[in-house]
Design a binder for this molecule. Sequence first.
Ligand SMILES: Cc1cc2nc3c(=O)[nH]c(=O)nc-3n(C[C@H](O)[C@H](O)[C@H](O)COP(=O)(O)O)c2cc1C
Length: 400
Amino acid sequence: MKIFESSSIGKMKIKNRLIRSATFEGMCDENGFPKEEYHNHYSKLAKNDVGLLITGFSYCSKEGAAIQPGQAGIDSDDKIPYYKKITDSVHGYNSKIAMQIAHTGRQTRSSATGNDVLGVSNKKSFYFGEKPKVLTTEKIYSIVNEFVDAAVRAKKSGFDAVQIHAAHGYLIHQFILPSINNRKDEFGIDKEYGIGIKFLGIIIDQIIDKCGDFPILVKVSASDDYRNKFSKEQFISLIRFLDSKKVDGIEISYGTMDQALNIFRGSSIPYNTILDFDPVYKKRNTILRKVWKFFAKAFLSKEIIQFSPMYNINFAELAKRYTTVPVITVGGFRSKKEIELVLSKKQADFVSLCRPFLAEPDFAIKIKENEEYRSRCINCNVCAIKTGTYKITSCINANL
Ligand SMILES: Cc1cc2nc3c(=O)[nH]c(=O)nc-3n(C[C@H](O)[C@H](O)[C@H](O)COP(=O)(O)O)c2cc1C
């Protein structure tokens, strides 16, 4: 397999094997409508030869919105014409675009959604800190409908596929994880699979039912940082389940927002950036900053996994043993050599990248022209921490 050979995911033909992984944009208005910046962002990436663009997570209902300002929504039909302009522009450059759809569940705050924080169980997220209101069975079915309606809207908006966000601790992931899902109803842990698959399963079935031949990608976390860790066996169960559902692509990521720095890794912990910008931890008072840093250094330094190139590849390789569905690996790809290596060894079918495309929207062109090219991204993670501010997502080292 080669980077710049054409390929396909389901019926979606893609001009190469490079994917822009979902990246929160912060480029929408307070009602979730995409602004001009969102249009320009995707047009620029498409113009610069990225085969498939996956949007940042878009809420399927306001109740499931994130705390980051400027999030995209796909919760109402009046948004369709706005997205249609964007997908038309991307198609004009012969790229494909998938919309990532999500519900935050317990990983939000009531001040952001204007509603109770909703949860699979009453266990609260360490980071977000609000005790969730436990979803009734009836309410779960209504959220299933929200996901399905969101996918229908994405299709009507001209997106080539939908990516269901089942990773990073958001609602679907909360159902999957035995460490969170203690439900006794039909949405609890499945006896055969040993994980909570019913919620995701119904969403997939109903999207297929309503959208027909419309590719479905699913993003999952292979493991997490909880004491009761998601095990290798449970991850294999999840892959076997997705294989049985015949989804069109599986993207393999890691972790939850409780330890977000392990999703996108760095070489050091950016304590000052966190204290300056993180919506939960930010502090102005000098003494409080010192106290926080003291405890964070003691605690975080043990919990945080350092950046290493291609850091989720072993999970992708493992997934490939249990499915014939195309596997997408994400996390820590910074050069053409790394991408070529995993494709040539067939450790994954596609490679997706997030931060390198923030640093350089023309990264794909650069590696096409120069075998030795390395991304300017230095994994400082300022881009990620600043998503909690009212600024659009950007890179401080960007070469635009
Ligand atoms: C600024 C920023 C925003 C992100 N937004 C999303 C998102 O909306 N949905 C998602 O699934 N992952 C999101 N991620 C995670 C990335 O898709 C990706 O999994 C992770 O950054 C590792 O890839 P990389 O090393 O190429 O950056 C985000 C990461 C960053 C740094």
